[in-house]
Write a protein that binds this ligand. Structure first.
Ligand SMILES: [Zn+2]
Length: 459
């Protein structure tokens, strides 16, 4: 009886302590949100990055301008150090505006198609390629058709699955056509490839993105077509043979040096243990790179801004990392992990925001199985604190740039933003500042800051 009494007093005491701690945390998180919403800078930064600098593909002068701007902005926050981390990045240039048209169709005559060359596409011969198109729905179908594709233009037309709640999953289920389709078609002698744009919308914006060719294969012209025009092509193919002419002017130039931008607040107790937050500073060469991934960059910068504003002194060193070259190579992410290893830095956790600046929905976590169970269990204890802000914590993917840290046993987290509109803009001329909502962007930054602080205290 005595023992039971003792145990219940003991557990009451523990519960009370836990309740106090989480109340303190809840109040602190509330002040993070207060500051983000009333004094946050990220929306203003996003405007500058989008409107004064604009899109910033790897290796471009605009990328360098973005890196210089990010460094001087981080410099103005009074951090302990800010620096450039160099890496070699590929340099693909679009050249003149590409063109494509259906020619001499019995029902449509000559018909201009809305297209964008894919990053990695080759140039057409002067005067363009001109060939009959064959529609396929998968890479397997390309293999089955084999030599029948010689001299043809292959048209990949499997739509993203509109019925999936998570549009990222729908993207994952269709994007093999863009990444690997053109090279697969070229293997059988196809002269060009057209890929249906990666979006759930039916509209007139073609979506670019990376396509990959092996080193021993010369790239053929590879373009994305708007979903509306993919529908036109497909309907026409049911009635007649379709001939298309494509002109592309792309070029692959030698690799150049670029920089990821890093800012940090030094840890007061464990300065060689790191928690990083980041996004990628490069974008495609269209639109303004607002949601992809200007948002993730300015939110990550905001994390350090808010920590300074709140006078939060972290135990671990907290870094904001704006990675170079996510879109067509991941050179910045790979270099960052390589340098961490070389310098013996211990990366406790890394968070990435690369799902757009829409309303935050929560975080998903992953990591090497040797650390994951224990860390995830700790993270799940913070679920109550995040519930106030409608954020859900769960297992799942994190981010491409931080993924090379997985081998170093880093606990990885990805900010999940509402995915419903992200692929309306992704990799298009429509990804502009106007599509970003100030309040939603700031809420994402507040969520990331809160997670970093909880990780710093408890992980
Ligand atoms: Zn991105």
């Amino acid at each position: 009886m005595k023992k039971i009494l003792f145990l219940s007093i003991f557990s009451f005491f523990i519960l009370k302590i836990n309740a106090q701690t989480s109340n303190e945390d809840a109040l602190f998180i509330k002040s993070v949100y207060d500051n983000a919403l009333s004094k946050g800078q990220c929306y203003r930064w996003e405007e500058y990055l989008c409107k004064k600098i604009g899109n910033r593909v790897s290796g471009s002068e605009n990328y360098n301008r973005a890196a210089n701007w990010a460094k001087s902005t981080l410099d103005s926050l009074g951090l302990d150090s800010v620096w450039f981390q160099p890496c070699m990045v590929p340099r693909w240039v679009r050249g003149k505006k590409e063109e494509a048209k259906i020619i001499k169709s019995a029902s449509l005559g000559n018909f201009k198609l809305e297209i964008l060359a894919l990053g990695g596409s080759g140039a057409s011969p002067k005067g363009g390629v001109n060939a009959e198109i064959i529609e396929v729905k998968s890479l397997d179908e390309v293999d089955q058709l084999g030599d029948k594709l010689k001299g043809k233009i292959v048209f990949f037309n499997r739509p993203m699955d509109n019925t999936l709640f998570n549009t990222g999953q729908a993207y994952g289920g269709a994007v093999d056509q863009r990444v690997a389709g053109p090279a697969r078609a070229a293997k059988y002698g196809a002269v060009a490839a057209i890929v249906r744009s990666m979006t759930t919308l039916l509209d007139d914006f073609p979506h670019t993105g990376t396509t990959q060719f092996p080193d021993n294969q010369s790239p053929i012209p590879a373009v994305a077509v708007s979903t509306n025009h993919a529908e036109v092509l497909s309907a026409l193919l049911k009635k007649e043979k379709v001939q298309v002419e494509i002109k592309t002017f792309c070029e692959k130039l030698p690799d150049v040096q670029a920089y990821s931008v890093i800012g940090q607040i030094k840890g007061s107790e464990k300065s060689n243990e790191f928690i990083s937050v980041g996004g990628h500073l490069d974008s495609w060469d269209v639109g303004e790179g607002a949601h992809d991934d200007g948002s993730g960059c300015v939110q990550s910068m905001e994390v350090l801004y808010l920590m300074k504003k709140l006078n939060y002194r972290p135990k671990h060193t907290i870094r904001c990392v704006l990675f170079a070259n996510e879109e067509n190579g991941l050179a910045g992410g790979k270099k960052y992990a390589e340098e961490a290893l070389r310098k013996g830095e211990i990366h406790l956790a890394a968070i990435e925001s690369d799902g757009g600046g829409n309303s935050p929905r929560g975080f998903s976590f992953e990591g090497d199985e040797s650390i994951f169970t224990e860390k995830f269990k700790k993270a799940m204890q913070w679920q109550d604190l995040f519930e106030t802000y409608s954020l859900i914590l769960k297992k799942g993917g994190s981010g491409a740039d931080i993924s090379p840290l997985k081998k170093q046993k880093t606990f990885l987290a990805g900010l999940n933003a509402d995915p419903q509109r992200y692929f309306d803009y992704h990799h298009t001329n429509a990804d502009t500042f106007e599509k970003v909502n100030e309040r939603e962007l700031k809420l994402g930054a507040a969520a990331m800051t809160s997670l970093v602080i909880l990780m710093d205290k408890y992980l």
